[in-house]
Design a protein around this ligand. Structure first.
Ligand SMILES: *Cc1c(COP(=O)(O)O)cnc(C)c1O
Length: 360
């Protein structure tokens, strides 16, 4: 059985080298005589795995010492609640609504305090990023929230919003480690790893230390307090141990590839192949305003639902899988994360050209 080109938005493609290496280690991890799945998270062997993972992530992203790195569970969706529970001291926060994930976070924020929609691109089906250079932000908001890369709609903030001095909180689930970032511009960066890093079940939170306090909203469960996890270095309870191990392998793979600057270069190259084709195609077209296009998630349509379905079916048969658009928007979406080789994108474009000539 050979591997397909997997364009899934998440869980998504992982580097083949990492799968091979972890398969080799699956039954006997190094000298331990057991699988990482079977070992205590308090063991010396595991302690090195989680510490190395954190250090490699710190190296890759240049994370300053005054930020904590937490490996948590509950997915990105759990953070929609954890962020207000821990950060809403004034019970007020601003949300920029650029898609379904941002909207869900905004709606969750409303449970805990006054969540204010600072800007939105709902008027044009989230096909662009609103101008966030001079937003009307109340002085007493606790943070400004964005979803930096909109997985479903395929838009990305190319410039961060002007928060006017307020703490920026960003969901980077679908652009995590796709390019270098300036961590200091954020109070919190978080994401589920199943898009661009590892297997589902791990969410990474990078948070500035001064935002980690005892002062959480009344009723906040122990497990949802950043301080509990930060003080215990992500080992307050049993962490998603195997998932963290795989993430660590991916961090090492990224380092060996040349780090995030190299990933950015490759991701730009890959996305260009697809966007250039979409711009010239007579059949397919992209759905996003050009300047806001994501490097990771590329939605496109033919304009005809039946033809879309035919394309997805034939593409699947040809080994290009998971190209169906999100159930809420239809059409197609190619997710081209770090682990998708450029050959996969080039071959997809060849296939699209062939389909276009056959269906003109
Ligand atoms: C997938 C996704 C989520 C939801 O992640 P879960 O881990 O399933 O909760 C949230 N935000 C973004 C940007 C996503 O792509």
């Amino acid at each position: 059985m050979s591997r397909v080109y997997n364009f899934s938005a998440g869980p998504a493609v992982l580097p083949e080298e990492v799968l091979k290496e972890t398969a080799d280690e699956m039954k006997y991890y190094q000298g331990s005589g057991m699988s990482v799945m079977e070992m205590s998270h308090r063991s010396k062997v595991y302690d090195k795995i989680i510490k190395d993972a954190e250090q490699d992530l710190r190296d890759l992203m240049n994370i300053p010492d005054n930020y904590k790195v937490l490996f948590l569970q509950g997915g990105a969706s759990q953070q929609f609640a954890m962020i207000p529970m821990n950060l809403m001291k004034n019970k007020k926060a601003g949300y920029i609504v650029t898609g379904q994930w941002a909207k869900k976070a905004y709606q969750e924020g409303k449970i805990y305090g006054e969540a204010i929609e600072l800007a939105s691109s709902a008027d044009k089906t989230f096909s662009y990023i609103p101008d966030c250079s001079d937003l009307d932000i109340p002085d007493d908001v606790d943070y400004v929230y964005i979803c930096e890369n909109n997985t479903i709609y395929g838009t990305k903030f190319k410039e961060l919003p002007n928060t006017k001095g307020h703490t920026l909180v960003a969901d980077v689930s679908s652009c995590f480690l796709s390019e270098p970032v300036d961590v200091e511009k954020y109070g919190v960066i978080y994401g589920g790893v199943q898009k661009n890093i590892g297997p589902a079940g791990v969410v990474i939170v990078i948070i500035r230390e001064d935002l980690i306090t005892e002062d959480t909203l009344p009723g906040t469960p122990t497990m949802l307090k950043y301080k509990i996890h930060a003080d215990a270095q992500s080992l307050y309870n049993t962490p998603p141990a195997y998932g963290i191990y795989i993430c660590g392998k991916v961090f090492k793979w990224l380092k060996a590839q040349g780090g995030l600057a190299e990933m950015k270069k490759r991701n730009e190259e890959k996305a260009k192949v697809l966007y250039d084709f979409l711009d010239e195609s007579k059949l397919f077209k992209g759905t996003v305003v050009a300047k806001d296009r994501s490097l990771m998630n590329v939605p496109f349509v033919t304009g005809n639902e039946e033809l879309d379905a035919k394309f997805v079916k034939e593409a699947t048969e040809a080994g290009f899988v998971n190209l169906k658009g999100h159930r809420s928007v239809g059409g197609m979406r190619a997710s081209i994360y770090n682990a998708m080789p450029i050959e996969g994108v080039k071959k997809l474009v060849e296939f699209m050209k062939k389909f276009e000539s056959e269906n003109a």
